[in-house]
Design a protein around this ligand. Structure first.
Ligand code: SF4
Length: 389
């Protein structure tokens, strides 16, 4: 494998204290008998990858899941020490996902001593009834306590996740949550609209009619209200669900959206890494016991172009036309004439980037389906990746 370029690393810790009603990420609750073996295998996966790519330059690391913070402190500490032994020390951004109920001073000190420089906290809501609908294992009180603890003991970067469009949630609830959270000066906020994933308990309740989706108008109004509030307070929307103050964008997530190389370790983690100038996709199984035996596939040009469009148009600045044209043998404007004409009122072309405006982003899925339909069936396979903008 050629690794003369930066690679980001995602580590999936597949454990949660309790499963939330809406979540379809791969994780189990009550999995303590798996802790040590899974952590050891993750380290082994990373060691193997790095041993095969000795000139690797690690750009960002993101420990997610699952809930990494739910691991017992001593296990988490030995895991972070093992990571320290195999990763270079000059990682640009090192994030760990945490849940409010796990935050306390010794925990934060331990993260800092292992060079974690960004915490992403799953707040989701500060409203008790919204937390109850989501079946979160926390409370308003615990989250406020965690926020106070962060304010006193954490000087590094912070991101908060919030969910909107929860049944019963009003725009005023989310605005109040944002008002409280902004007092803690996070550099970054992710604002997700609740989605009903197949097979989750929340979707079952929806199907049974015990809960009801919020209307599309209410969903749009709630998201718009929050977007306006964040923008008025100095948070710039740089991706469909992500806002930051200047210089605080998530470097790691931008690697996904820009389709730059990343390696995923742990059950269900996905990698996209270069192999002979093509993109090699590796998907680790969503299965605790066999996750080391992943599936490998070279991504064909049609699918990989589609991924560039799906990811790139989520970004507020849009797709970098020159970069895509340097990877694929196409001219964007003549290939997608129909979509570009039909969406001309919502599209902007600025400094080499083609993007959707705010009302276009509201219809993102429709736009993506139109542009996907126009990908040439005879697109040649001679694409060349990665090239950086
Ligand atoms: S804590 Fe996070 S990963 Fe775990 S079940 Fe809840 S949403 Fe999913």
């Amino acid at each position: 494998m050629n690794t003369a370029y930066p690679v980001s690393i995602y580590i999936h810790i597949p454990f949660c204290t309790k499963k939330c009603g809406y979540c379809d990420f791969y994780s189990i609750s009550g999995g303590s008998s798996y802790y040590s073996s899974v952590l050891e295998r993750i380290i082994l996966q990373l060691k193997t990858f790095i041993a095969k790519n000795p000139v690797i330059d690690v750009y960002t690391v993101y420990i997610g899941g699952g809930t990494p913070s739910s691991l017992p402190l001593n296990l988490l500490e030995s895991f972070l020490s093992a990571l320290e032994d195999i990763l270079p020390s000059n990682v640009e951004e090192f994030t760990m996902e945490v849940n409010p109920e796990d935050i306390h001073k010794p925990f934060l000190e331990m993260l800092f001593s292992h060079h974690i420089n960004r915490i992403s906290m799953g707040v989701q809501s500060l409203n008790e009834s919204v937390l109850k609908v989501l079946e979160r294992n926390t409370s308003r009180y615990k989250t406020l306590k965690a926020l106070d603890c962060l304010a006193s003991n954490w000087q590094e970067n912070i991101s908060f996740d919030l969910i909107t469009s929860v049944p019963g949630q009003e725009t005023a609830d989310t605005l109040r949550d944002l008002q409280t959270l902004l007092k803690f000066s996070p550099g970054h906020i992710s604002l997700y609209t609740l989605t009903f994933e197949n097979g989750t308990p929340l979707t079952k309740k929806l199907e049974e009619g015990t809960i009801h989706k919020v209307s599309e108008e209410h969903e749009a109004a709630m998201f718009d209200g929050c977007t306006d509030y964040l923008e008025e307070n100095g948070y710039y929307r740089y991706e469909i669900s992500n806002f930051s103050t200047p210089g605080e964008q998530s470097l790691h997530n931008k690697v996904y959206w820009d389709l730059n190389p990343y390696f995923g370790a742990g059950p269900s983690a996905v990698s996209t890494i270069p192999f002979q100038n093509k993109a090699l996709r590796i998907e680790n199984p969503r299965d605790m016991k066999s996750f080391l035996h992943g599936n490998f596939e070279l991504i064909n040009s049609q699918s990989f172009l589609l991924e560039h469009l799906l990811m790139g148009f989520r970004l507020i600045k849009g797709i970098h036309v020159g970069r895509i044209e340097s990877i694929f043998p196409i001219d964007i404007f003549s290939t997608f004439t129909r979509t570009i004409d039909n969406w001309s009122r919502n599209l902007k072309f600025n400094e080499g980037y083609l993007s959707l405006d705010r009302s276009g982003l509201m219809l993102l899925n429709k736009f993506l389906s139109d542009i996907a339909d126009e990908i040439p069936e005879d697109l040649p396979e001679n694409y060349s990746w990665p090239l950086r903008s």
